[in-house]
Design a protein around this ligand. Structure first.
Ligand code: SF4
Length: 546
């Protein structure tokens, strides 16, 4: 549909993370989104499914609602709809051009398009107005944000308004403290003073307006930001949250990228550089990043160190909080209790290790559900896996340099999956989100612990293989069940895959990474649409909320 820019954190990467009601955000997010828009189908039908499922629960008296709900919730027209129109893989090919800033994006969960994107938009607007001439700013009396289309239809459930207000108030999406986001949500009428140059005025959540849900919008997720003097608009810009946390605006043109020093599309070409030419993986990936992004080495390390910090802060915060997560499921968080139980556990070494890693995955997944700051890796729904892997590597005192290399290796796996299959639950089911996240985690562990390229690749292959066919069926359309628990499993499977790959004879592995990525793409194409973020099948219609 659209070209994806780079400077705004854009690219061709997808959202894949947002499944809340009515959301159409992922429509531009995927590698092949030019000819496939599964989320429009998804969101349109979601409300119907929930209503039908609720009716099933009512009829069943909630005693054993699963069967009845599933029957009632299955619209005939969708019963066996195969996604034959799902292209999954990009039609146009070339070397992988994704950059780290495009891949590891920081901002509030639970939706990269409906929460992270809007906050990045209003923060961008805040920065723009901060640079306006003083004479103009002197006239300013207020700021207004208008949400349109899907952002208006589903923004309340996603926390779009509080994320937008936080950005307007000058809070950086990567650094905003979770307490501030909670405060905004808990005090809807509270006024916050904003000072921009000589201008100073109050802002509240009411300054973020849920406007028209239907209309001829340039994009389903359209926003306008206005600086006003009374009722006169002094400065205005129309923005689009195009999926995956990426933003565009009216008149946007994507900046040019450089060519990668070591071009590759598949793991086999990458392995040729690594094994035949003996180029270390970390060096190759860094040099590609430098040549494509135009960043300096210092800037690349700063970015990865910030990603590390945000992830660790998220895990640590999640381990200290016990709460009922937002939304209709009334899901109780588990991370803190799991950590506390570890201290008195008699589960033995295996039980303790698994509980520890799983608790980290829960911690970050729960933080995402709370709408706190996360890093897409590869998506928001799967954002608990890499932080759990990272935290467990830190527990082993893994040096910073090795952690950075691990992030590069993880990104390379994500790039390969994105380029040759998909990273979107709406296109490929959960194998594309949690499956890829777990595969990235396995590569990260292997690289950080000093394994060679064959083990890194085999570990990634093993973890991805273990998730092939996994469906996306979030209950009530919230990124909670099964997403959070799957993040915990994904991280544990990263370790399992690493353990397998590092103990076997690498040359004896019979399946290579490219083959498994191709299998994921094939499975994605053939997967019934009910299991692709539509909340039309599986757990979504089996669990009934009373
Ligand atoms: S089930 Fe998996 S793919 Fe679907 S929203 Fe949850 S984490 Fe994402």
């Amino acid at each position: 549909m659209k070209k994806i820019p780079e400077s705004s954190g854009k690219n061709e990467i997808d959202c894949g993370s947002c499944v809340s009601k009515g959301c159409t955000s992922c429509s531009t997010s995927n590698s092949n989104s030019e000819n496939h828009d599964p989320t429009l189908f998804t969101r349109r039908n979601f409300g119907r499914t929930v209503l039908a499922a609720s009716a099933g629960a009512f009829l069943a008296g909630c005693a054993n609602p699963s069967k009845e709900a599933a029957l009632v919730a299955k619209p005939d027209s969708l019963a066996a709809k195969a996604s034959s129109d799902n292209a999954v893989v990009q039609l146009k090919k070339g070397p992988i051009m994704t950059t780290l800033a495009e891949f590891y994006k920081m901002g509030p969960g639970p939706s990269s398009s409906h929460t992270m994107g809007p906050m990045r938009i209003t923060y961008d607007f805040f920065q723009r107005i901060s640079k306006l001439p003083e004479e103009k700013l002197k006239q300013a009396t207020s700021l207004k944000v208008h949400l349109f289309g899907s952002l208006s239809a589903t923004g309340k459930g996603h926390g779009t308004d509080r994320a937008s207000l936080a950005g307007l108030l000058g809070k950086s999406p990567a650094e905003c403290p979770p307490q501030f986001l909670d405060e905004l949500a808990n005090n809807p009428d509270k006024a916050y003073k904003l000072t921009v140059g000589p201008a100073s005025f109050n802002l509240t959540l009411k300054d973020v307006i849920f406007d028209a849900t239907k209309g001829e919008f340039h994009h389903p997720n359209t926003m306008t930001c206005k600086l006003l003097a009374g009722t006169t608009v002094i400065y205005e810009l129309e923005y689009y949250s195009v999926g995956g946390g990426f933003i565009e605006w009216k008149g946007y043109t994507a900046p040019e990228k450089g060519q990668p020093k070591y071009p590759f599309q598949h793991a086999k070409e990458l392995k040729k550089y690594l094994i035949d030419d003996n180029i270390p993986l970390g060096k190759l990936l860094l040099e590609n990043e430098l040549s494509v992004s135009g960043k300096s080495e210092k800037e690349v390390w700063e970015l990865l160190d910030q990603v590390t910090e945000v992830m660790l802060r998220g895990v640590d915060t999640g381990l200290m909080v016990e709460s009922v997560l937002p939304g209709p499921i009334k899901l109780h968080s588990k991370a803190m209790a799991m950590q506390q139980m570890l201290k008195i556990s008699n589960k033995g070494a295996a039980g303790k290790a698994i509980t520890g890693v799983a608790s980290y995955g829960f911690a970050m997944g729960e933080e995402n559900a709370r709408g706190h700051i996360i890093v897409t890796a590869p998506t928001a729904g799967s954002a608990g896996i890499i932080p759990a892997v990272l935290k467990s590597l830190r527990d082993l005192n893994t040096p910073v340099g090795k952690i950075r290399e691990g992030f590069l290796a993880a990104a390379a796996i994500g790039y390969l999956c994105k380029h040759n299959a998909t990273l979107s639950g709406a296109e490929g089911g959960c194998q594309a989100e949690v499956g890829v996240g777990s595969s990235m985690g396995a590569a990260m562990i292997a690289q950080a612990l000093g394994e060679g390229p064959k083990v890194v690749s085999n570990a990634a292959e093993s973890a991805l293989q273990a998730h092939l066919g996994m469906t996306c069926d979030p209950v009530a359309g919230y990124v909670q069940v099964p997403c959070i628990e799957r993040c915990a499993y994904g991280a544990v499977k990263s370790w399992t895959a690493y353990c397998i790959a590092s103990e076997e004879v690498p040359e004896e592995r019979r399946v290579d990474l490219d083959t498994t990525i191709a299998a994921m793409a094939l499975t994605a194409r053939e997967m019934n649409s009910k299991y692709k973020e539509t909340s039309e099948g599986g757990l979504a219609v089996s669990v009934v909320l009373c």
